[in-house]
Ligand binder design. Structure first.
Ligand code: A2P
Length: 269
């Protein structure tokens, strides 16, 4: 009889909940996206967020909430982030390279999910800045196209360059091997800029209130019968959009109480 004493080679992660960076793309001086390996056990609903970060100098994890920008069926996880030069996390996170490790707590949560909305015909995604991230996930989610006839995504940024991540993603949808056929002309994109010349200028809030959006898109307006909405941006934006949507007769929903619109704060800092 022989005994086996060899210990199998086990890769010990150097960080708790470590995931490996697989790619990084810098979009502007202040925006980048990156992809990491996905923990096998992680299940999430498109639109949810997780806590991610790096080990702090004090030996404690430095974590922030980040929307998962990839859809629930993707093998990897994608994130879209600002770079804040003196931000505790993003001042360091912006320098990650493929092969580096980040910390990812595999506990997804969030309200920008289909479960928090009642059935409707048309779905609006209203984003400013990196608030586009959860919609990058939902725009690649088959459920979005099964549940709605039309999807309108508005994205307001200061400059044209800040729209690029979103624009390229939207342009890639029709050719996506998995969801391209389902998308088939259902997505309408309405980008606006506030501090640089572009075809549509101004805050989306102003353009909704003065009717420009509806004239440009050739639709009557937003109603609780047909329209559902998800909002993701700064605190001020979320507050203003909530008021505007309530003015159109929509009510704010939650996972436990689905209604006509949902709101979530984009990651900052
Ligand atoms: P503005 O340039 O008029 O402030 P930020 O980079 O500050 O997060 O802003 C991202 C985009 O969101 C900017 O175009 C900004 O417009 C716009 N924005 C900021 N606050 C609001 C708000 N309360 N309502 C609508 N748009 C907003």
């Amino acid at each position: 009889m022989t005994s086996v004493t060899d210990t199998p080679a086990v890769k010990v992660p150097t960080l708790p909940d470590a995931q490996t960076v697989t790619s990084v793309k810098h979009w502007t001086d202040s925006l980048f996206s990156f992809r990491v390996t996905r923990p096998q056990s992680l299940r999430f609903r498109s639109g949810e967020f997780v806590m991610i970060g790096l080990m702090g100098d004090n030996g404690r994890p430095l974590l922030r909430a980040y929307s998962i920008a990839s859809p629930s069926w993707d093998d990897e996880l994608e994130f879209y982030s600002i770079k804040v030069q003196d931000g505790p996390l993003t001042s360091r996170l912006q320098h990650i390279q493929p092969g580096d490790e980040i910390i990812l707590r595999p506990k997804p949560v969030g309200t920008l999910v289909h479960d928090a909305l009642l059935p409707g015909k048309r779905l609006w995604f209203f984003a400013t800045g990196t608030g586009f991230a959860p919609f990058a996930s939902l725009l690649r989610e088959p459920d979005t196209y099964e549940k709605y006839d039309e999807i309108i995504i508005t994205h307001t940024c200061r400059n044209v360059a800040e729209l690029t991540y979103g624009r390229e993603l939207i342009e890639s949808l029709d050719d996506d091997p998995l969801i391209g056929e389902m998308v088939a002309g259902k997505v309408r994109y309405y980008p606006t800029t506030t501090r640089e010349e572009s075809p549509t200028m101004g805050r989306i809030t102003t353009l909704l209130l003065d009717g420009t959006v509806f004239r440009d898109l050739g639709i009557d307006g937003i109603s609780a019968d047909n329209d559902r909405a998800m909002v993701c941006g700064s605190l001020g934006f979320n507050k203003d959009m909530k008021e505007i949507l309530e003015g159109f007769g929509l009510n704010e929903g939650a996972n436990s109480d689905p209604k006509e619109f949902v709101v979530e704060k984009a990651f900052v800092g």
